[in-house]
Design a protein around this ligand. Structure first.
Ligand SMILES: Cc1cc2nc3c(=O)[nH]c(=O)nc-3n(C[C@H](O)[C@H](O)[C@H](O)COP(=O)(O)O)c2cc1C
Length: 331
């Protein structure tokens, strides 16, 4: 199985890609995923209008660590001129790739005709693709879905349009926009897209265990696989897949059998990076969900849920987690 791939002249160490996930794939998490072997990391979706108006919060989301390279900036919007302006600004920030969000089903994104809603009228897509591609020198990619409505595949048609307008690669989530994240995954349409275009295709959707990544790659013949939810609270998921590539057993962290060290070391590093990145108050508030992801399934982890949700203080948060770790695990 091919493990390296390229987007234009950018060669990746491997074909494992961290999916963009709003509220999760900020710079600290991306840095950690790169450390555990993700070959390419993508920001969460960033508003093109916010970038054009230099909105303070939007601008703060654009920071990334040098260790993240190669790193892709995902932008969303429906206006070709504003998407082009945002792409240029992203290039000026030092991003390696600009990615167009064409899959998000969230109502607040759909209302402006952005994200997955762009698939509702594909005749408008060439103008959007052209505007963004012409605005930058770095590669422009698209992340989309197999279609807009369930059982009405579009990805291969959209991918051909994208290729014709100079888009450098396409990632395809195997669920339709209207399906959101529920229901079956249409890996056949991803496979068909791979046969239709010459640009690299990245398959996404439904990888739950490390071996699923190999399965989707072999079923679709895609160049790369993009992983989302499976690595939330488990950024070492990438290392587990790489272990399989290397012919070893994945070191899946099963706490009934193994030490908790990797979990808590990674969690403490993650919290510390978030505090440096966002400041203590915001970091502790926004880390609540990710912390629950790290400890989900661990013995009696429900007992610390309320305490984590209530604390606003870094020292207290670390104390809660250390007490929990020393009570239930050998440290
Ligand atoms: C919490 C969450 C946030 C997401 N945010 C984005 C986003 O910002 N941009 C995007 O293109 N997709 C987003 N997605 C979709 C994922 O990138 C991915 O396509 C989807 O989760 C399917 O992959 P998976 O089955 O590996 O999780 C998000 C998904 C989740 C669960």
């Amino acid at each position: 199985m091919k493990k390296t791939w390229k987007i234009r002249s950018i060669e990746f160490e491997n074909n494992l890609v961290l999916a963009p996930m709003a509220g999760y794939t900020d710079a600290p998490f991306r840095k950690i995923c790169r450390k555990f072997g993700a070959g390419l990391v993508v920001t969460e979706l960033i508003t093109s209008l916010g970038m054009c108006f230099k909105n303070e919060k939007t601008m703060s989301m654009l920071k990334f660590y040098p260790e993240e390279h190669p790193v892709s900036l995902q932008i969303f919007g429906s206006r070709p001129d504003k998407m082009a302006e945002a792409a240029r600004a992203g290039q000026d920030c030092g991003y390696d790739i600009i990615d167009i969000n064409m899959g998000c089903p969230a109502p607040k994104i759909a209302r402006s005709g952005s994200g997955g809603e762009l698939l509702s009228d594909i005749t408008k897509l060439p103008e959007l693709f052209r505007a963004v591609v012409n605005a930058v020198d770095i590669p422009v990619t698209v992340k989309t879905r197999v279609g807009y409505r369930h059982n009405v595949p579009l990805a291969s048609i959209v991918a051909k349009m994208a290729e014709d307008e100079g888009i450098a690669a396409i990632a395809i989530h195997g669920a339709s926009v209207k399906q959101n994240s529920k229901g079956s995954r249409d890996w056949d349409e991803i496979a068909k897209t791979k046969q239709t275009v010459s640009i690299p295709v990245c398959a996404n959707g439904g990888v739950k265990k490390p071996s699923d990544a190999l399965e989707i790659l072999s079923y679709t013949n895609a160049d790369a696989v993009m992983i989302g939810r499976a690595c939330l609270g488990k950024p070492w998921f990438f290392k587990d897949i790489l272990d399989i590539y290397n012919g070893e057993d994945p070191q899946i962290v099963d706490l009934r059998k193994q030490s908790s060290k990797i979990i808590f070391d990674t969690l403490f590093e993650h919290i510390q990076l978030e505090i440096e990145y966002k400041g203590e108050n915001r970091a502790i508030r926004e880390m609540r969900r990710p912390i629950h992801d790290y400890v989900r399934g661990l013995p009696k982890s429900g007992n610390i849920r309320d305490k984590i949700n209530k604390t606003k203080n870094k020292d207290e948060l670390f104390r809660i987690l250390r007490d929990y770790q020393s009570t239930f695990f050998q440290v």
